[in-house]
Design a binder for this molecule. Structure first.
Ligand SMILES: O=C(O)CCC(=O)C(=O)O
Length: 258
């Protein structure tokens, strides 16, 4: 469960680092699971050598993760006891995104519901290595979840220019086992290695990460699902179904998965 101070910090900064949500043994197990997953042949349209999508529908060995009590407690504190897991759950291997908001695409498509006062969608990021000179974590612009999107809104540059102090970047110092929660609207990117090229990163430090999209339980869940279902790269959502054993597990824990 998060403290009031942590919740305030999240609302102010747009992200929160929560230490030691997983044990060292669980991180070793997750790294092992993901290494095997990425070593196996691509089976599903939309997957790539760096990306596996819809991971909870497809991989039973990961089911325990979404009912992991410390994760669930953190999400309930922030999003409410009836929070919703969204159908956007992925694993990354050696993938490095550049600056964006997770609302950039929906905004580019003309949606504005992400700026409604009750909108609250977060990404629960599980980085399976420390964020250090090899990268492997998240860079953010603290506070930018409240600033307009520079990529979609013509008025944004003028807005950003007037902000004091000038917005700056911050590399979240996460350790393997920590949880990073970030608002979909925060400007963020993957932390790059500082001393080596991506190819030179030692195997045990190779970036592996899992992202779970979650929301407060309100009308924007339907808005977002409608938006992603309309995207051609989310073809897995056509006739999407979770397996019965996952639905039973989630129900047993009084959680919601749409
Ligand atoms: O690649 C990363 O580590 C950052 C995650 C990200 O950009 C995203 O989930 O939108």
């Amino acid at each position: 469960m998060l403290t009031e101070h942590q919740i305030e910090q999240f609302y102010k900064d747009g992200f929160l680092l929560i230490p030691s949500v997983w044990t060292k043994e669980q991180i070793v197990e997750l790294r092992h699971t993901l290494i095997n997953l990425f070593a196996s042949e691509i089976q599903f349209k939309g997957d790539t050598p760096q990306l596996r999508i819809d991971i909870f529908a497809r991989y039973k060995q990961l089911h325990w993760l979404i009912v992991h009590p410390p994760l669930v407690a953190a999400l309930k504190s922030l999003l409410g006891n009836d929070f919703v897991y969204l159908p956007e759950m992925a694993a990354h291997k050696s993938f490095y995104s550049s600056w964006h908001k997770d609302t950039t695409s929906q905004e580019a498509a003309g949606n504005i519901f992400q700026w409604q006062p009750n909108y609250l969608m977060v990404e629960a990021a599980i980085y399976l290595q420390d964020n250090d000179e090899y990268g492997g974590g998240l860079d953010v612009i603290p506070g930018s979840h409240l600033y307009p999107d520079l990529r979609t809104n013509p008025a944004a540059p003028e807005f950003w220019q007037k902000i004091t102090p000038t917005p700056s970047t911050y590399s979240v110092p996460s350790k393997a086992g920590d949880l990073v929660l970030f608002d979909f609207r925060i400007d963020h990117k993957a932390t790059l290695p500082t001393n080596s090229s991506i190819e030179e990163i030692p195997e045990e430090k190779r970036k592996l990460a899992i992202f779970l999209a979650c929301s407060a339980n309100n009308e924007h869940v339907v808005n977002y699902k409608q938006f992603i279902s309309s995207r051609s790269d989310y073809h897995y959502l056509k006739d999407h179904q979770y397996p019965d054993d996952l639905l039973a597990l989630v129900k047993h824990h009084n959680l919601l998965l749409i």
